[in-house]
Design a protein around this ligand. Sequence first.
Ligand SMILES: Cc1cc2nc3c(=O)[nH]c(=O)nc-3n(C[C@H](O)[C@H](O)[C@H](O)COP(=O)(O)O)c2cc1C
Length: 159
Amino acid sequence: MRILVTYFSHTGNTAKLAHQIALRLGAKEEPILEHDKTKGVAGILKGALGAALGTTRRLASAEHDPADFDLVVIGTPVWSFGPAPAVNAYLDAHDRGCTRVAWFCTLGHAGDSATFARMTRRSGKEPVACVSVTEKQLGTDAMDTRLEAFTTALNAAMR
Ligand SMILES: Cc1cc2nc3c(=O)[nH]c(=O)nc-3n(C[C@H](O)[C@H](O)[C@H](O)COP(=O)(O)O)c2cc1C
């Protein structure tokens, strides 16, 4: 089974989680990159507002085409209780390309369910499974337990 783990990460948390997921699934891993990243506080404010409004960002070209995979696992930080604008852009660009999808996110403390619901609505696709990990859980046993449940659900659904 060909699996792609792709994600946007501003400060590295979602990238760390993506790597752990890719290792466990034996998947290809690729970041979702913005074409022109706005740095610093301006970038954060723009991201927070854009996420709240469900806007998109122009993306840099990607190495992998999600259409070449059986499962595409898409990750985002929770921004204003929603996915980051770059992830909105990815979902819009590949709404037909992804056969089966799963969602993951990192967050401070709240907004994972709302974020997954918005990703599902935007893509028009029900995820096979979802997992969220808080900043505090990253790299701990709690993260391992959550990833175990996530990969078990994915493997069962894709059998
Ligand atoms: C613009 C912005 C908005 C955020 N909104 C939320 C939020 O609504 N709920 C939450 O729990 N954490 C929120 N956070 C915290 C991030 O979700 C958290 O730090 C995440 O792990 C960052 O992932 P990254 O390092 O991959 O960018 C926000 C952070 C930023 C910068």
